[in-house]
Each structure stands twice: as structure tokens, then as C-alpha cells.
Write a protein that binds this ligand. Sequence first.
Ligand code: PLP
Length: 361
Amino acid sequence: MRGIFDRHYYTNQGPLAQELEKKLESYLNVKHVICVTNATIGLMMAAEALELKGKVIMPSFTFIASAQSLSWTGIEPVFCDVDPITHQIAIEQIDVLVDDDVTGIMGVNLWGGACNPVALEAFASSRNLKLYFDSAQAFGCKVGDTRIANFGSLEVFSFHATKVLSATEGGCLCTNDDFLAARLRNIRSSYGAGVPVPVVKTSNGRMSEAQAAIALMSLEDFPENQQKNKLLFDLYEKKLKHIPGIKLVKPAGVTFSNYQYIVCEVDESVFGLSRDSLIAVLKAENVNARRYFYPGTHRSIEYNHAKYNQNLPATDYLCAACIQLPVGAIVDEDAVESICEIVDRAHHHAHALKSYFERRK
Ligand SMILES: Cc1ncc(COP(=O)(O)O)c(C=O)c1O
């Protein structure tokens, strides 16, 4: 950070942004890394660089930015359901959604797991569709021996402050395709960097030197932070497995996870309290638990309309049942023990708590 002030070089693909791209290329074992301001801009740039048109199939069970990136680029999202066990895209349900207007698929790798990118690649090529991934939550994860970053035409990561690799705000696009990388660099910087290639629209997706400095520090800490997340995940698993009606979701389809999020399903009929009541109990004890994702992209203002696929039973169930518990560098084992104890007590006193919440309605 001090070097930035010495050099008076703050942005425009400076030395730290270049160093970060090189280090990420080597860590992810991918040919091109294009760092950007945030993943949302990265996803918009991706849709433009891939020349997607018409409609793109994607899961509704994701952060709203995945769909909004399409809407910003004039593309209609076609929502598909997810597998209720893994929470990842239900590949077997995609085929019926493909029509003449569909030009691509956006896979989303959730919770430090993966949405079976190899099967999606096979499906996309059999139907001549473009495939790319919103891997905002998947930095560092591996499928088999391959790091996420290398599947489909390109993948987009987020380096938001909530992510295991943080630039405060930031992200990157990864691709092994030279021409696509050149397009992305031209879009990112209004023709300002890299080999000039024709693109219709440009943007400003540049990562500043300050963001790159923080990401470089965070990259050094990544192995430690990943191990810490795994330790906390294992502890949550041990403590929560005895509590009826709470199911911890394991990162699916990966050989190496970043354990980015701790997500549980709350089965009200067994636990005794609804997901929202449990969140209220945790909030009262100063625990920052969240419903994530809620209400589900297909139920959000822009897409809650018959024009968009609303028949997504697994997504609807998960949006009502999922709770996200704290994890990350500033959470320690004592905190996890206390959180699990609160959940356990909430279960034991569910009857009394339920009447309390009903009286307050
Ligand atoms: C699945 C998914 N997609 C997109 C984003 C957007 O990332 P950013 O905040 O870097 O724009 C996020 C952020 O949490 C996300 O989880």
C-alpha cells in the first residue's frame, strides 16, 4: 500500500494489478486472469464478450447479481431449479428449457461446492450452447485435479469483503481462450489495455492498485483462511449433527473446498421453530445469521412474473429453509461452540419461543 503512494500510480493496470493477475494465473493454473472492480461487472462483461443473445439458462437459487448481469446486457434469464440435496443446478431439468432463443448457460458454483461443470460442459456442447460460470463463491475450489477457473468458456470470481479472498471490492475473470481474454481486456478498459480487438460495447471494470494490494495480501493468507474455515465447518458439523431438524449442507462436487459459507436447512416440523424465528433468536444473542438467498431470484421484484419460470419447488423450499451461520477469519472456535449451543437451546425451548413469537405478531 505504501508503494502505491510512492509511485503515484493508482489505477490503469498498475504494477500491483499486473502482479495479482500473474499470481492468480499461476495459482489457478489458468492462461488468463482479468481482474475487475467486482464480480457483478465481471458477469456483465462476460455476457458481452461471449456475445450472448436472447435467453440464458441459470439457476434462480443464487445471488440476484447473477440474473441482473444478464438483464443489464439485454438477455432474458431462464430460471432452472436446483438439486435439493446439493443446492447446485439440477442438470437433468435443463433440457426442457432449451428453445431456439437460448444461446447459453450460466452455471453457478455455490457454497464452496461445484455444480458439476464437467457434465454441464458435455450438455452445453451437445446442444451447441455457450457455457460460463458464476464462481463468485468458489475461489480456490477444485473439481478432481482441476481448479475452478478452467471450466466452460470463462469463470467469474468475486473478491468482495465477504469472500475468502478479498480485495474489499473486486473480482476476476478466468479463461484459457486468448481471443476471449483480449475481448475482455478491451471491454474492461475501453480499449485501454492489451491487444486491440473489436468489441461493440466497452465499460470501466478496472481494479485499482489499492484493491490489488489488499487482494495480494489476502492471497498470501488464503491457505490459512481456508484451513480455518474447514476447522470451523468440522466443528459446526460435530455440534449440529445431534440437533433434530438442522441439516448442515456439505460442499458438493469438489475435492477441495474453501468452505466459503456455512449453510443449514431448518426443518420447522422437526426443529420446532421456523428458520426466521431461529434467526431472530440468534440475532437477539448478537449472532449475525442470515437468510441467504431470500426470496429467490424468480420471486424478486423484477422476475416475479409469469413470463419467468416460477415452477421451482426445490428453490422455493430452500429459500424458506436455509440459514447462513458465521464463518471466516474473525470467527473462532469458541464462537462456533456458543452459536451451536444457542441453536440447541432454541430447539429445546422451541415450544415456549413459538408462543412468544406468536404473541408478538
Ligand atoms: C453467486 C454470486 N454471484 C455474484 C456475486 C456478486 O459479487 P460482487 O459483490 O463481487 O459483485 C456474489 C456475491 O456475493 C455471489 O455470491
